[in-house]
Design a binder for this molecule. Structure first.
Ligand SMILES: C[S@@+](CC[C@H](N)C(=O)[O-])C[C@H]1O[C@@H](n2cnc3c(N)ncnc32)[C@H](O)[C@@H]1O
Length: 207
């Protein structure tokens, strides 16, 4: 199939998608917002007063959900390599999370350089070369784990997007050694055709 035809099919599917329609109606910037809403309704991660670090935040759907649910008294710090239009109540750092410079800017914005919850919806820019994309996905998961372990205030919770294959297996194994519990979540808004899944780890055991 040609790239143009695939592109047209993607646009059609996107326009017909029930979560895209719901996001437009309810003012969320991305259909991804409903992934976090479903997970949070079930697992109760976002609480008034808590501090959340949102990795890979643009265009900002997860940040919007966090800002609504940590009120009053909470803090949300969001990071993305891309620009993001301001979300009320959310501090934003534009930068690559794989660099120390971005991490330093993030730590400076987090109260006490700590967070109650770290969420990562980071996904690599796809090259189309399977091995390259898998390696990029794994590097993002590893970085997110490292940051979570560094900033989480015990007990702490960490939600991370992983992709089926090595990033899933390694991520699961590593998180099981670092947290008391780890569960797998595949919310309805995550397309069954997508290899993404979310791991939710709670109760940091060690730093
Ligand atoms: C699926 S989108 C996130 C959607 C977002 N959760 C929402 O609700 O709108 C993944 C994001 O990860 C970001 N990203 C990928 N690699 C990154 C990196 N190294 N540092 C920071 N952000 C990164 C991308 O720029 C992209 O905006």
């Amino acid at each position: 199939m040609s790239r143009t035809k695939r592109g047209r099919q993607w646009i059609q599917r996107h326009l017909n998608d029930r979560f895209v329609k719901q996001a437009n109606r309810e003012g969320y910037r991305s259909r991804a917002a409903y992934k976090l809403i479903e997970i949070d309704d079930r697992d109760r991660l976002l609480r008034p007063g808590s501090t959340v670090l949102d990795l890979g935040a643009a265009p900002g759907g997860w940040s919007q959900v966090c800002a609504e649910r940590v009120r009053p008294g909470g803090h949300v710090i969001a990071v993305d390599v891309l620009e993001m239009a301001p979300v009320p109540g959310v501090g934003f750092v534009q930068g690559d999370m794989l660099t120390d410079e971005t991490l330093d800017r993030v730590l400076a914005l987090l109260p006490g350089a700590m967070a109650d919850l770290v969420i990562s919806d980071m996904a690599p820019n796809l090259s189309g070369i399977r091995a390259v994309d898998a390696a990029r996905g794994e590097a993002l998961v590893e970085m997110a784990v490292e940051i979570a372990v560094r900033v989480l205030k015990p007990p702490g919770a960490f939600l991370v997007k992983v992709f089926h294959g090595a990033s899933f297996d390694r991520g699961l194994k590593e998180l099981r050694s670092l947290f008391e519990t780890v569960v797998v979540r595949k919310p309805a808004a995550s397309r069954s055709s997508s290899s993404e899944t979310y791991l939710l780890a709670r109760g940091l055991l060690k730093r």
